[in-house]
Design a protein around this ligand. Structure first.
Ligand code: DGL
Length: 280
């Protein structure tokens, strides 16, 4: 038993896809979430910047005495090394491995698409993880960075013409790939526009939600190590963001399906940098 909270982080709202699933499958767990909304997007930045931001995000969550760190962000997970994550001294997972496992299990044709940020697609992280599990899979990648801005700005409805236009423009790259039966939503922001993506493929392609796959991985990880929270009450979730709390709450409440009340807090980016420096 370990009643300390799970720490989940992302550049913004995307990691809520993991939080939503964690709250559904592990309702007794306490969660501390950090969304770096003041510096989103991470996905069009260079590797060193992404790693520096991730180190600050993790240092912040470490202050909350978390029992596990979950990088609910395809971008961070694609550039983070085991060594760097290990330096925190806290069990860690990103989204790449759990999502690759789910995609390999789902695909019967052996043709899998991956959409993510530019940094994620450039890294080839999902293709590498898939090939470690199933060498026969053909992996097709496409970076879709504008999806992140759409989500951060609350453009998530499938009947929104801007969402439809951007979706069509990005996804037509897969038009000639009739054998592709599985598509990895390799950026955790993308499940917030799940319906638009599913509609584009006429619901004929299995979409793998990286946040959800990762939450399921966390459940197995904590269960196997006897680290689940055993409190009687329902778990709490606290959300920390580095920009305006109202903007975050508005989209988060729509996505999570309920009010977040006074559980959304603001944190200064300068404080984050200072924290990471203290650790060096
Ligand atoms: N949610 C993120 C990801 O999974 C990051 C998007 C971004 O900051 O560009 O890649």
């Amino acid at each position: 038993m370990d009643n300390r909270p799970i720490g989940v982080f992302d550049s913004g709202l995307g990691g809520l896809t993991a939080v939503k699933e964690l709250r559904r499958i592990l309702p007794r767990e306490n969660i501390v979430y950090f969304g770096d909304t003041g510096r989103v997007p991470y996905g069009n930045r260079g590797r060193d910047t992404i790693l520096a931001f991730a180190a600050q995000d993790m240092a912040f969550l470490k202050q909350h005495d978390v029992k596990m760190l979950v990088a609910a962000c395809g971008t961070i997970s694609s550039v983070m090394t085991e060594q760097l994550a290990g330096r925190m001294g806290i069990p860690f997972t990103g989204v790449v491995l759990p999502t690759a496992q789910a995609a390999c299990a789902a695909s019967t044709t052996g043709v899998v698409g991956v959409i993510g940020t530019s940094a994620t697609i450039r890294s080839g992280s999902f293709a590498k993880a898939i090939h470690n599990i199933r060498g026969d899979v053909k992996v097709l990648g496409k970076s879709c960075p504008l999806f992140v801005s759409l989500v951060e700005n609350g453009y998530i409805a499938s009947d929104n013409p801007v969402v439809q236009l951007v979706t069509r423009d990005y996804l037509r790259t897969f038009d000639g790939e009739a054998d592709m039966d599985t598509l990895i939503l390799g950026c955790t922001h993308f499940p917030l526009i799940y319906d638009s993506i599913a509609e584009y493929f006429h619901y004929n392609v299995t979409l793998i939600d990286s946040g959800r796959a990762t939450a399921q991985y966390v459940q197995s990880f904590l269960t196997e190590r006897n680290m689940l929270c055993e409190q009687d009450a329902e778990g709490t979730a606290d959300y920390y963001v580095s920009d305006n709390t109202d903007d975050f709450s508005a989209v988060a409440e729509r996505f999570l399906g309920g009010p977040l009340g006074n559980r959304v807090h603001h944190i200064n980016v300068e404080e984050l940098s200072a924290l990471a420096q203290e650790r060096e």
